[in-house]
Each structure stands twice: as structure tokens, then as C-alpha cells.
Design a protein around this ligand. Structure first.
Ligand code: GLU
Length: 308
């Protein structure tokens, strides 16, 4: 464990920030500041064409509009390939990495034969796990491989600060997973853990949709010899009718909302929906820092008010 609290917000700016991002930024910020800790911003633009710099700048502007401040210049994943490569080589040196030549069609075929584990997760059957060196060299003449990390047949356990005890057997429930794609892009799991570890992040606050990726990240941290942060996977938002928000709900992104409402109105509304404020009223970030308490934060989906 790290001695001091360091929190972070790590958006993927493939569109304008929406209320789900804002809730995440808010809880991550309040948790870190309430503990007297540091708060960092990381732009997860690994997939650079999908995340143009213009959207990252917009995200930063939006966060500033709400009054968020961070304690170091923002980190951009798109500029950190050499760091990810270094860590990949550390895993390689431990014999944990192998090339995978499976095509998308082959993977889809395997997926349809595998148990479906919810979201997009399915078990990789280890088709390429035992290729000999020569066979791999021959195949790489025709196709550049993805790189996978071998996973153990053991339960990875952790206690999520909001969602409680979790466990997953990576070999059974996930299989060897990709750490570098065949087009050279580094996998999200590797980038996240390397960035968090190097920045000394001690608590990770993010959407519940990422809960299922956490055991893979804990495994990578362990193999790289880094401490495991405390995790809080926060609820997802629904509209007033209880329907999950989707990225396509353009009227709930900040371009529309910031024209209709003040930052204090939106912050107060989210703090109320999350369980931190008793009434739905405008609130300043500073006021919310002193009120913050994880035990007040709801675990289940959070319903947004109809007035939005
Ligand atoms: N970039 C991810 C997102 O925007 C969050 C990753 C994380 O917080 O670990 O959903």
C-alpha cells in the first residue's frame, strides 16, 4: 500500500464528457481531497485516432469549469509507448508473454463455443499458447501477432470499497489476455496499471462497468511488483425512467448541459443522486469535500432527476 492518498480521474476522450464521467471525476476528487490527498488527471487516448487532442482539451476545459484542479500536468497515454514497451519486456523476461496469430474470425469462432461471461468477456482457449519458436517465426512472416500474457489457474481476490469482496479465476473465467494488439497498440489493462503504479495512485475510482477488468489488472501489478491500489467501482447512471445512459444520449453530455445549467447545479444534483447530499440543490466542490463519506455513496444504479 502507498502511504499517502493519491486519486486520479482517467477519461477516454472519444467524445465530449458526459454525466457518467463527471460523476466519476467528482467521487474520485472528493475521496482524494477529503483524505487530504493528491489528485491527478490522465488522458486515456491510447487509441489516438479515436481520441483527438481537441477532445482532450475540451475535457480539461469542462473539468476546469466545474472547479476541478489536479496536482501535476495531465498525462497522455498516447505519449507513453516507450514506457509500456519497457514493462511489456519485463513481463516477457519472466516468460509470461507469447504471440497470438488468431484472426478475428478464429477468435469469434472460439468465442461462440465459449461460455459468455457478460459484457464482451469470453475465455481465450490458449490456441497460440504453445507455439514453438520456429512456428511463430514462420507465422509472423504473414501476419503480425498480438501479444498475450499467460494467466494463472488461481483465484485473484480483492475487496472493492463499494461493491464488496470480488474474486475471479483468470485461467477459467478470462484466459490469457492481450497486452499489445496486432496493430501495435498497447492494451488498456497494461497501460492503466503501469500509469497508476508510476504515478503512485493509491485509490482507483471508476465505473462499475470496469469491475470485471480489475482482477486482470491486479495480476499485472503483482507480476510487475507494484502495490495494488484500493478500488471503488461506482454505480452507473440511469435516466429518470431507470434506463441506463448510453454515450449516444447527446443531451446528457456537457455541451448541452453546460448551456442549460450552472456547474454548481450539476455538481449538487450528482452529489444528491449519489447519496452525499440530502436535497437536490446547488453545491460547490469545496463544500462537498467536507461532506464526503464513502459509506453514504449508493452501490446500485443512480437515477437522474427529470429536470435535466
Ligand atoms: N478510461 C476509462 C474510461 O473512461 C477509465 C479507466 C480507469 O479509470 O481505470 O472509462
Amino acid at each position: 500500500m502507498y502511504p499517502d492518498v493519491t486519486g486520479r480521474f482517467a477519461p477516454t476522450p472519444s467524445g465530449r464528457l458526459h454525466l457518467g464521467n463527471l460523476l466519476c471525476a467528482l467521487l474520485a476528487y472528493l475521496s482524494a481531497r477529503h483524505a487530504g490527498g493528491r489528485f491527478l488527471l490522465r488522458i486515456e487516448d491510447l487509441d489516438a485516432p479515436r481520441c483527438p487532442r481537441r477532445l482532450a482539451r475540451q475535457a480539461i476545459e469542462d473539468l476546469c469549469w466545474f472547479g476541478f484542479r489536479w496536482d501535476a500536468p495531465p498525462v497522455y497515454q498516447s505519449e507513453r509507448s516507450a514506457i509500456y514497451q519497457f514493462h511489456l519486456e519485463r513481463l516477457e523476461a519472466k516468460g509470461l508473454i507469447y504471440p497470438c496469430f488468431c484472426t478475428r474470425a478464429q477468435l469469434q469462432q472460439q468465442a461462440s463455443a465459449a461460455p459468455n461471461l457478460g459484457d464482451t468477456q469470453w475465455v481465450y482457449r490458449g490456441t497460440c499458447a504453445h507455439l514453438g519458436k520456429e512456428e511463430a517465426a514462420r507465422l509472423s512472416l504473414a501476419r503480425s501477432p498480438a501479444l498475450r500474457v499467460r494467466v494463472p489457474d488461481e483465484d485473484i481476490r480483492f475487496v472493492d470499497g463499494l461493491q464488496g469482496p470480488q474474486r475471479e479465476n483468470l485461467a477459467r473465467d478470462c484466459g490469457d489476455f492481450i497486452v499489445r494488439r496486432s496493430d501495435g497498440l498497447f492494451g488498456y489493462q497494461l497501460a492503466v496499471v503501469v500509469d497508476d503504479a508510476l504515478a503512485g495512485v493509491s485509490e482507483v475510482v471508476r465505473g462499475r462497468d470496469i469491475l470485471s477488468a480489475t482482477p486482470r489488472q491486479i495480476y499485472l501489478l503483482r507480476e510487475l511488483g507494484y502495490p495494488v491500489p484500493r478500488y471503488y467501482h461506482i454505480p452507473l447512471l440511469t435516466d429518470a425512467q431507470g434506463r441506463r445512459l448510453a454515450k449516444r444520449d447527446r443531451d446528457l453530455d456537457l455541451s448541452a448541459l453546460s448551456r442549460r445549467h450552472t456547474p454548481q447545479r450539476l455538481l449538487g444534483m450528482l452529489a444528491h443522486a449519489a447519496g452525499l447530499l440530502e436535497e437536490d440543490r446547488p453545491a460547490e466542490l469545496d463544500e462537498l469535500i467536507s461532506l464526503f463519506d464513502w459509506s453514504k455513496v449508493q452501490r446500485g444504479d443512480l437515477r437522474l432527476p427529470a429536470w435535466l
